[in-house]
Design a protein around this ligand. Structure first.
Ligand SMILES: C[S@@+](CC[C@H](N)C(=O)[O-])C[C@H]1O[C@@H](n2cnc3c(N)ncnc32)[C@H](O)[C@@H]1O
Length: 278
């Protein structure tokens, strides 16, 4: 019989193989972050307008991967902890700060176990996104985790791939966008076999299965509201920081990808903010 949490081992094996390849890829550009202590990732640069001032805040970055956005937030003045369930990703993140000199703590844990893995610590800022929620079976459990990590008055900041984007079929020759995959959360995962990854790399991977879930925008908002959080902002964007629809998108000078043909057809990502009342 399949274990309920079997997805964790399957997905972790996939990420463990990809993290080292990501760390040496031009897309993550660790060399720039190491050589220039004032530089920040493209993702956090995009976020700055809506994120506002984070200096002096204590923050946790859920699903921090190899730590590039985590150290970027630290460079904007937040006291950051990054959390991820992949030992390889956490290893790369620790190696990065050992070379860059940034003072950031990294913790290995499943996101649903974050509150206990972080010793019950509460934060002013929970930051996450850019390919994070699709790995989690239950958005309600995620919202409960976020609520447990926030201090009263603390806020969630998430910029994430739009559930509508994740419901689309692969590119078609006629350029039409076709809804083919789940938009709403389902118990059953979408199971994928994919020998590649989203960065430029020659690495050959063997752990190629993933289990993924979509969560509708309403489901995400409702889960946060149910946990007592107040929604303070929801902005949809026509772009996303990876080539989400292969061959159908064009990259701009800031590293954002949008539909090459009539980009106003699709909300490709969104920024959602919510506050835990005092
Ligand atoms: C696409 S990456 C996040 C991207 C990040 N924004 C970045 O580009 O650096 C997804 C991350 O989620 C992590 N992850 C997936 N499932 C997780 C889980 N259940 N608990 C904690 N981390 C998880 C993976 O190890 C991976 O590092």
């Amino acid at each position: 019989m399949r274990r309920v949490d079997e997805y964790l081992d399957i997905n972790r094996a996939n990420w463990d193989e990809r993290a080292p390849a990501h760390a040496i890829s031009p897309d993550y550009d660790l060399v720039r972050l190491i050589d220039d202590p004032t530089s920040i990732s493209n993702v956090v640069r995009f976020d700055r307008a809506l994120l506002g001032d984070v200096s002096g805040l204590s923050g946790v970055h859920l699903q921090c991967h190899i730590g590039t956005d985590t150290i970027s937030l630290s460079r904007l003045g937040a006291r950051m902890t990054g959390l991820d369930f992949s030992p390889a990703a956490i290893g790369e993140a620790r190696a990065l700060v050992a070379r860059s000199g940034d003072e950031v703590t990294f913790v290995e844990s499943d996101v649903y176990e974050a509150a206990s893995a972080l010793g019950g610590e509460k934060f002013d800022l929970v930051f996450t996104g850019i390919g994070a929620l699709c790995w989690l079976p239950s958005i309600s459990r995620w919202a409960a985790t976020v609520a447990a990590l926030l201090k009263p008055g603390g806020r969630l900041f998430i910029r994430e791939g739009h559930p509508m984007l994740w419901a689309l079929a692969d590119a078609r020759p006629d350029g039409l966008l076709v809804v083919d995959l789940p938009y709403f959360e389902r118990d059953e995962p979408s199971v994928w076999e994919d020998g590649g990854t989203y960065v430029e790399t020659d690495a050959v991977f063997t752990a190629n299965t993933t289990h993924e879930w979509n969560h509708g925008l309403g489901e995400i908002l409702t889960a946060l509201i149910t946990e007592g959080l107040q929604i303070t902002g929801l902005v949809e964007h026509d772009s996303v920081p990876w080539e989400a629809l292969l061959g159908q998108m064009t990259k701009d000078e800031h590293g954002e990808w949008r539909l090459s043909d009539r980009p106003w057809r699709l909300a490709a990502s969104y920024t959602l903010q919510a506050v835990k009342p005092r």
